[in-house]
Design a protein around this ligand. Structure first.
Ligand code: FE2
Length: 135
């Protein structure tokens, strides 16, 4: 597995959202780096908490925009956000129980989710956001 760097092809052309997506890339790489040094267990709990906080601001921002422009695909989109939060909560639960052995799973999950979500789901709102002047 390689480092996973943000690239123009992941841009949704909305500065605030791109920069939040970049934070997610950084978190993924932080986990990847720790894993390659055999230190995943030291950082996993912090990363999961950061992800939890991150979704609160990032998903809320997108969903706030959906509401303000009455975005027609907001339901399906929000369902993907909710599933993500559910997954993060599942990992938080495991950590509480003392289980921190799922770093590889988290890494794969985050990368897959991010690629599919940004390139498939987020990109759909771009023309609408632009039309309403969201930048
Ligand atoms: Fe989204």
């Amino acid at each position: 597995m390689k480092m996973f760097n943000w690239d123009e092809k992941y841009s949704v052309e909305i500065v605030s959202i791109d920069s939040e997506h970049q934070v997610l890339f950084e978190l993924i790489n932080k986990l990847y780096e720790a894993m390659s040094q055999g230190k995943a267990r030291d950082v996993i709990s912090g990363i999961i908490e950061e992800l939890y906080e991150y979704t609160k601001t990032h998903f809320r921002r997108e969903e706030f925009y959906f509401k303000s422009i009455s975005y027609t695909e907001s339901e399906e989109h929000k369902a993907q956000h909710d599933a993500f939060v559910e997954k993060i909560n599942h990992y938080r639960q495991l950590i509480k129980q003392g289980d921190t052995s799922f770093s590889v799973e988290v890494l794969t999950f985050l990368r897959d989710w991010l690629i599919t979500h940004i390139q498939g789901t987020d990109k759909k709102y771009v023309p609408y956001f632009k039309k309403y002047g969201i930048r």
